[in-house]
Design a protein around this ligand. Structure first.
Ligand SMILES: NC(=O)c1ccc[n+]([C@@H]2O[C@H](COP(=O)([O-])OP(=O)(O)OC[C@H]3O[C@@H](n4cnc5c(N)ncnc54)[C@H](O)[C@@H]3O)[C@@H](O)[C@H]2O)c1
Length: 495
């Protein structure tokens, strides 16, 4: 992270000193920067002269005291409070009174680092994202002691470094990593409950949600040990918030030494050519000759009707026809229906009191990908599941068979992402607009949590969470007060 930050500093026309006390580390960092800039020049992203000029602005040192003349110091040392406090104590003693002292910590309270300085009001969090040169976001995090003018100066510094700044409060994960927690946490719970396998969850997130990578392949990329440490810091920093409890599944992989890509094995095996199969192309829609009854009036029903129309399916009102029961408005199933397919958006099959039906989860809103989840209980019939699969394939959807639960996989993960963002906004951690900027620019999500909330309908997100709460009785599923409000008003506003 340190060399990445030094790179964007030098490229922004700033005289930059890269400091690392470990023998050879700063030189290696500078070599990495030179290689990156030469690569960029070869690709035509900057002129060779600009690359050389940036490198000429870069110096390296092993001594912290060589930074005493800097106007801005950004610390990116190992994530250990004692190391960071020692650095800030030294910098505070040596740097000019008006120099800005920033930390790139991702999980240590900025307030705990700032208090090592005699003038903590000039210490601020300036949190970049990996890879620094590519990710366009920087979070500015005032410590409890930080002066207003220092926050403004940090925002200006982030802009000068070419980043879009957002301001967040000093709470576990700040704004962006906090909003990203449920992508991992809920996925881990879904696998714990054996609702789906890690590979299935990843495929569903890619194909139905439009995420570039699923949560498990991302965990492998980041390092399972790193992810577990982050989860633990959320749990301790919040004094045990149930939504942020680490998963025993992660701890088991760490105990086995399966830390992800870096050890060749984590959730996936990296010893072969590819750790996973390519995502399948959805089948060609081919619904001619198929007669279906679609019951309901909400977004899922609307989406199904549009898919049916495109596929040439005949929609009928015949109570004996196979029935797609899309929402609460669908009413009770006709006893004579040849096949009952129930949306699990607001209840599991068991929650519906209809365990022998087939469940389905179809994304709506901004993430309407071409994948449908088929949910089943232990008593759902294989013949019904096969028939349901043929129906959805005729609608042009790839089918993923999972277990039974409210929201199944994609909607449950999205509901928790929207819920966490509503908690964060309600607790004043950041603004609704910054939540979406942070998630798209900092986490690479295809849409922000607020956009998802509006697209799915905040009322529909609340219905999924209420069902999870009703059926699981776990505090991690309690809806945020702001989500309840948004379900009625349709908008999330900052308090
Ligand atoms: N890796 C990420 O994705 C990421 C993203 C955002 C923020 N961060 C934060 O950035 C910081 C650095 O993370 P990283 O992934 O680059 O870690 P890293 O372990 O790759 O790099 C840490 C660097 O600090 C040097 N170092 C060791 N002891 C030091 C000391 N006493 N004083 C100063 N430097 C010392 C090491 O030589 C190394 O070059 C951490 O606070 C981390 O939380 C990391």
């Amino acid at each position: 992270m340190g060399s990445g930050i030094a790179q964007i500093g030098a490229c922004a026309g700033i005289d930059t000193v890269l400091c690392d006390p470990v023998d050879g580390a700063a030189t290696r960092g500078a070599e990495r920067i030179a290689a990156a800039l030469h690569r960029s020049a070869q690709r035509g992203r900057l002129t060779p002269a600009d690359a050389e000029a940036a490198l000429a602005r870069l110096r390296t040192t092993q001594r912290l005291s060589d930074l005493f003349g800097c106007d801005l110091v950004i610390e990116a040392a190992p994530e250990k409070l004692a190391i960071k406090r020692a650095i800030f104590e030294t910098l505070d003693g040596g740097c000019a009174a008006e120099a800005l002292l920033a930390t790139n910590t991702s999980s240590i309270p900025v307030t705990a680092i700032a208090s090592a300085a005699r003038r903590p009001e000039r210490v601020v969090g300036l949190h970049f994202f990996n890879p620094v040169a590519v990710m366009r976001l920087a979070e500015v995090i005032p410590a409890a002691q930080t002066a207003e003018a220092v926050v403004a100066a940090a925002v200006a510094a982030a802009e000068q470094l070419g980043k879009q700044p957002i301001v967040a409060t000093d709470v576990p994960g700040f704004l962006v990593n906090r909003c990203g927690r449920p992508f991992y946490g809920e996925a881990l719970r879904i696998v714990t409950e054996q609702l789906a396998t890690p590979a299935q969850v990843d495929r569903i997130c890619r194909m139905a949600g439009g995420f570039r990578m699923g949560p498990f392949e991302l965990m492998d990329l980041v390092g399972i040990d790193v992810g577990l440490t982050v989860m633990q810091s959320f749990a301790t920093g919040s004094f045990g918030e149930p939504r942020w409890r680490p998963s025993p599944l992660q701890a088991r992989l760490v105990a086995a030494g399966h830390l992800g890509r870096k050890t060749g094995r984590g959730w996936y095996d990296y010893s072969g050519a590819a750790h996973r199969e390519e995502d399948p192309a959805p089948p060609q829609a081919a619904g001619a000759g198929l007669a279906l009854r679609i019951a309901g009036s909400g977004p899922v029903a609307t989406n199904l009707r549009a898919l049916a129309e495109q596929a040439g399916v005949t929609l009928v009102e015949d109570p004996a026809a196979p029935a797609l029961l899309a929402d609460e408005a669908a009413g009770a199933p006709a006893a004579e229906a040849a096949l009952r397919l129930r949306s699990c958006a607001s209840a599991s099959l068991v929650g519906h009191g209809d365990p022998s039906a087939v469940g389905f989860g179809l994304p709506t809103g901004p993430s309407a990908g071409r994948l449908v989840e088929l949910g089943a209980t232990r008593v759902s019939s294989t013949a019904d599941l096969d028939a349901a699969q043929r129906i959805f394939e005729a609608l042009g959807l790839h089918v993923e068979r999972v277990g039974d639960g409210p929201g199944l996989v994609m909607r449950r993960v999205l509901a928790q992402i929207v819920n966490e963002a509503c908690f964060a906004v309600g607790e004043g951690v950041g603004s609704p607009a910054d939540v979406d900027v942070g998630a798209t620019l900092g986490l690479n999500y295809p849409h922000g949590p607020m956009a998802w909330g509006r697209g799915l309908g905040f009322d529909s997100v609340l219905a999924t969470l209420d069902a999870l709460w009703d059926e699981r009785r776990e505090e991690r599923f309690r809806p945020a007060p702001l989500l309840r409000e948004a379900a009625l008003t349709g908008v999330v506003q900052r308090a």
